[in-house]
Design a protein. Structure first.
Length: 267
């Protein structure tokens, strides 16, 4: 394992230690937003280690005390200002995000999200795709898409899987904001921490438990769990891009960037 070569990355830091790979999202000045380059680096990393059973688990964390703020605003602005090309750009972006989620959930190794600060929109999706979620009690979560005229179509299957239909439906439709405490009460969060000491203790607990299990058995069991999982990245991307070019999607983008209420809200 010491001779293993990981991909070169600029937007995330890859830390391989004691059979565990931590993928640090490293765009703190952008609150670790999911830029196209960052998404591609994570995908490339997951593909490179897929068949390496010496790596027992993968941890996703964010530098600067924030997990991830969701989509990169520059990418959203580019879509909003692209006129007739908006749908194609939205389709492309959504597919890439959907492919990332699918890669994470099908990764043979154990995956863990460690959420501090916030996990919004697409980052909410990452938190739901990993096998386990460790969260600070004051971390903020939200699926904000419907509030700006969009649909969280790529995230929906993973939210429903983690929450169940009744609670997942509420979050997907209403864009509710909640904290780690509430997430733990709803069953989204597996391990809740009040401070860094508790956070690190939970990480160690997962590692110790995973290391007692056969790497091959974990990989096969994960394949069994998700072999019939209903994922349609292309269709979800079409739903998303259709919302982008709809008049309410355009209004949602405008209101978001202008920091005002969208037209469908009553004064």
């Amino acid at each position: 394992m010491s001779n293993m070569t990981l991909p070169k990355t600029q937007n995330c830091i890859l830390e391989l230690k004691n059979s565990w790979l931590t993928i640090w999202l490293n765009r703190p000045e952008k609150r670790n937003a999911l830029s196209e380059d960052l998404i591609e680096e994570i995908k490339r990393t997951l593909k490179s280690i897929k068949d390496n059973r010496s790596i027992r688990g993968i941890i996703f964390r964010g530098k600067g005390g924030v997990f991830c703020a969701g989509a990169d605003l520059n990418d959203l602005k580019k879509i909003a200002n692209s006129g007739n090309e908006s749908r194609d750009l939205a389709l492309k972006m959504s597919k890439k995000v959907g492919e990332l989620f699918e890669l994470i959930i099908k990764t043979p190794q154990i995956t863990v999200s460690v959420v501090e600060g916030a996990a919004m929109a697409g980052a909410f999706g990452i938190a739901c795709t990993t096998d386990f979620l460790i969260s600070m009690s004051n971390a903020k979560y939200a699926l904000t898409e419907t509030k700006i005229g969009l649909t969280p179509a790529q995230i929906a299957p993973y939210v429903l899987n983690r929450f169940g239909f009744r609670q997942g439906r509420k979050l997907l439709l209403m864009g509710t904001v909640f904290d780690g405490d509430k997430g733990y009460q709803m069953g989204m969060v597996d391990y809740l921490a009040e401070n860094d000491e508790e956070l690190n203790k939970h990480i160690m607990t997962i590692k110790e438990n995973v290391e007692k299990c056969s790497p091959n058995a974990i990989a096969i069991t994960k394949e069994v769990l998700f072999s019939n999982y209903n994922i349609n990245v292309t269709k979800a991307a079409e739903y998303f891009s259709d919302c982008v070019i709809h008049e309410e999607g355009r209004e949602g983008f405008s209101s978001f960037f202008e920091k005002r209420k969208p037209g469908w809200m009553n004064d």
